[in-house]
Design a protein around this ligand. Structure first.
Ligand SMILES: [Zn+2]
Length: 167
């Protein structure tokens, strides 16, 4: 890999929990629908992990952010499956002749407990990103009860990605 073609990107996203669980908008993280009876407020499905991943890839490419490419004022993206948005981002990455070397993700949440879902979420990410699972790292942490996340008001996610260039 030519080190001159390596690019690093960072993504960060937060979504607030809805006041009640909405059947039509189940909690979806990393493309996995969780059984926990809670929903995130969002124009799309609110998949905070996939949004951070999209922003990290777009950031590495110098392509702005997810809001620029898929504006939430556009009815076309209402209730959009974030996996579809990620596919669009991967098409942009392919067009720019880059590929993912590895990705490291940190979810910041007090609830739900993510440990039981970790294996499924990594497998889903590897599948969506067309990467071996060894190149996808997913960590979860809490804020020790501090702040909005600590008060269980929402979920945040940060992602860092390294891209290599085919050229
Ligand atoms: Zn988002």
């Amino acid at each position: 890999m030519n080190p001159n073609n390596m690019r690093i990107g960072h993504g960060y996203d937060v979504h607030r929990f809805d006041t009640e669980h909405r059947e039509e908008k189940p909690l979806t993280l990393a493309g996995v629908v969780l059984a926990d009876k809670m929903s995130l407020l969002a124009h799309s499905d609110g998949d905070v992990i996939l949004h951070a991943v999209c922003d990290a890839i777009l950031g590495a490419l110098g392509e702005g952010d997810i809001g620029q490419h898929f504006p939430d004022t556009d009815a076309k993206f209402a209730g959009a499956a974030s996996g579809d948005l990620l596919q669009q981002v991967l098409i942009i990455m392919d067009a720019r002749e880059h590929y993912i070397v590895n990705i490291d993700i940190t979810v910041i949440a007090e609830v739900p407990k993510l440990t039981p879902h970790r294996v499924n979420m990594i497998s889903s990410l590897a599948n969506l990103l067309e990467l071996p699972e060894q190149r996808v790292n997913l960590k979860a942490t809490t804020t020790e009860g501090l702040g909005a996340i600590g008060r269980k008001e929402g979920i945040a996610c940060a992602a860092v990605v390294l891209l290599g260039g085919h050229a």
